[in-house]
Design a protein around this ligand. Sequence first.
Ligand SMILES: Nc1ncnc2c1ncn2[C@@H]1O[C@H](COP(=O)(O)OP(=O)(O)OP(=O)(O)O)[C@@H](O)[C@H]1O
Ligand SMILES: [Mg+2]
Length: 257
Amino acid sequence: MLITPSRDNLNRIVILNPKGGCGKSTLATNIASCYAQRGPQPAIMDYDPQGSTTAWLKRRPDDQPPIHGIAAYKKSMQATRSWQLRVPEATANLIVDSPASINHDDLRELTRDSSSILVPVLPSPMDIDAASRCIADLLLVAKVNRNEGKLAVIANRTRKNTKSFKRLMRFLDSLGIPIVAVLRDSQNFVRAAENGLGLHEMRPPSRVRPDVEQIDKIVTWLDGWEARRRRAMQITSMRGRPFSGVTLLRKSQASSV
Ligand SMILES: Nc1ncnc2c1ncn2[C@@H]1O[C@H](COP(=O)(O)OP(=O)(O)OP(=O)(O)O)[C@@H](O)[C@H]1O
Ligand SMILES: [Mg+2]
């Protein structure tokens, strides 16, 4: 798994959680369409052999602002890997949709040059366990430094006032990682995906307003990536050495979910 070389002015947003069906592609398409509406044209890199985001792009209506698609799951015999994965020069936001069940090498490779990492989590106990492992792997295997502030979680498919919702929020709180949005379980996401659209592009706007508000929160957080990176560099230079993720992991493992 190869990622194109990093570029200082590129926000490389990796959406990751090896648990299948937690909402990675849904998040990827909604963030991409939001950036497409705003411009400049974003890019989606699809690492999932199912090609969900690539298929969504094919369904995208011609009258919507375009998104550059890179089917990274396809191996081309005609082109070098770096050529295949190149990102247009004008791209400011690259959204990387990752597959379910990635191994440790792929996890390291996917996250290496990332500037933002989003982990969607569903409310079921099995999903919470899987998310716990995912966060642990990000901190200990991929060596994501919590102080860099590039890691955030999204609660997905939630139903307020249910036990599972409360359990999920307790778990996410215990991580000490920002929860940047809470997405409700809504057919709006399914309908948008079917039509190659993002929530921002659905009509009438009144029907999708609560969902759009949450996507906006995610994009606002993503837009702060350069400020977060600068702050992290200052903290690191003041402390003299990077913060270890182990403290956080112990805290989250010890918490009763
Ligand atoms: N907030 C939501 N409300 C309702 N349905 C949702 C929501 N988020 C995702 N879904 C639906 O859940 C299913 C799985 O979502 P999605 O494909 O985004 O997950 P994924 O993590 O990309 O899955 P995979 O690991 O297989 O790639 C899809 O049918 C999607 O439309
Ligand atoms: Mg997917």
